[in-house]
Design a protein around this ligand. Structure first.
Ligand code: PMV
Length: 329
């Protein structure tokens, strides 16, 4: 038996970091994604093969035992990237008792790019293993299992990534609660990779230290980001892309104030604005990873992406995607 899962990646449109301090965040599933193909096999445990996108050694093969232990990693330097796969297999094996399988994973963005690759890979592996086991897995249960994997690997996680990649759409996420935003005018998004990985845990810690050092001022920045998020929700629901862009620019300034922008991210944000973005900002934890620009029309967005490619940055034109996890086969 063979099954396939497709899971979208995500961008945080507004509210990263403030989410850690209890404020809502607005996120969107996007057209880029992760594909997982699982084929039942005669062997024992799980054979993993993955093409890691971006700079790096490319194809990795590894074996994961039924209880999630990693062995025979063909590029030991990539063990870190496989921890989510191993943990998803451990959780999946406990929940659904899947048969041994070969699991192939393809991802359309580099790991640690701030686009939710870890959550998407985890969701894809869990959904594929459930389907191989003949288990009905509803989205709510999947979202909780993805979060369990994130907690297992990284110790702390908000609900933003697990919820967005599982359900798809444009979402306002507050703690574990979320609501879908109806957007009469979908923005065109350019997602550009700064070329450096973004380590969420380290950045959250850095922001925590800063807030500790500057006291009230740091907390007020979080409060203002919370207000920006409310404005972003309204702008999206009213289809006011110009106001959305202005608010994203303000949001970027506040993220820079928190110390999570970098020279490359600034260059990308300014290039996006110079190329006609209505607004642009860091997306995700920062310190590397991606920036996102909002455009009204696709041809301008294409031109902006081309410019960024010429500058040496990888860039994709995409839109919010209503689709979450899909299974076939
Ligand atoms: O994991 P990323 O890069 O999409 O960013 C997560 C957003 C943070 O607010 C920085 C952390 C969190 O858990 O909400």
């Amino acid at each position: 038996m063979e099954v396939r899962a497709r899971v979208p990646l995500k961008v945080i449109i507004s509210g990263e970091h403030a989410a850690v301090y209890g404020y809502p965040a607005v996120s969107a599933a996007i057209g880029l994604g992760v594909r997982v193909r699982a084929v039942e096999s005669d062997g024992e445990g799980f054979l993993i093969e993955t093409e890691l996108d971006g700079p790096g050694p490319g194809r990795v093969r590894a074996r994961v035992g039924a209880s999630g232990e990693l062995s025979r990693v063909s590029s030991p330097g990539l063990r870190r990237e496989l921890r989510y796969v191993a943990s998803a297999i451990r959780v999946g094996a406990r929940e659904f008792s899947p048969p041994p399988a070969e699991v192939r994973i393809e991802c359309e963005a580099p790991p640690a790019s701030g686009l939710g690759t870890s959550a998407a890979v985890s969701a894809g592996v869990l959904a594929a293993l459930a389907a191989l086991s003949g288990e009905e897995l509803d989205r709510e249960r999947l979202r909780r299992l993805v979060r369990r994997v994130e907690l297992d690997v990284q110790g702390k996680a908000s609900w933003v990534d697990s919820t967005t990649v599982t359900y798809g759409g444009v979402l306002s996420v507050s703690g574990r609660e979320f609501r879908r935003l109806e957007c009469p005018r979908d923005p065109v998004l350019v997602v550009a990779y700064s070329g450096r990985p973004s380590r969420t845990g380290e950045m959250v810690e850095r922001v925590r230290r800063l807030v500790g050092e500057v006291g009230d001022v740091g907390e007020r920045v979080m409060e203002v980001i919370g207000e920006v998020v409310s404005g972003v929700e309204r702008a999206l629901e009213e289809g006011d892309l110009e106001r959305l862009g202005r608010l994203l620019d303000v949001n970027h300034g506040l993220l820079a104030a928190l110390g999570v922008s970098t020279r490359e991210l600034e260059e990308v944000v300014h290039a996006l604005r110079g190329a006609g973005a209505l607004g642009a900002k860091v997306t995700g934890a920062g310190g590397g990873g991606c920036a996102v620009g909002v455009f009204e029309d696709a041809s301008r967005a294409e031109a902006a992406a081309e410019l960024l490619e010429l500058m040496g940055y990888r860039a994709h034109v995409t839109r919010p995607s209503p689709r979450g996890v899909r299974i076939s086969g």
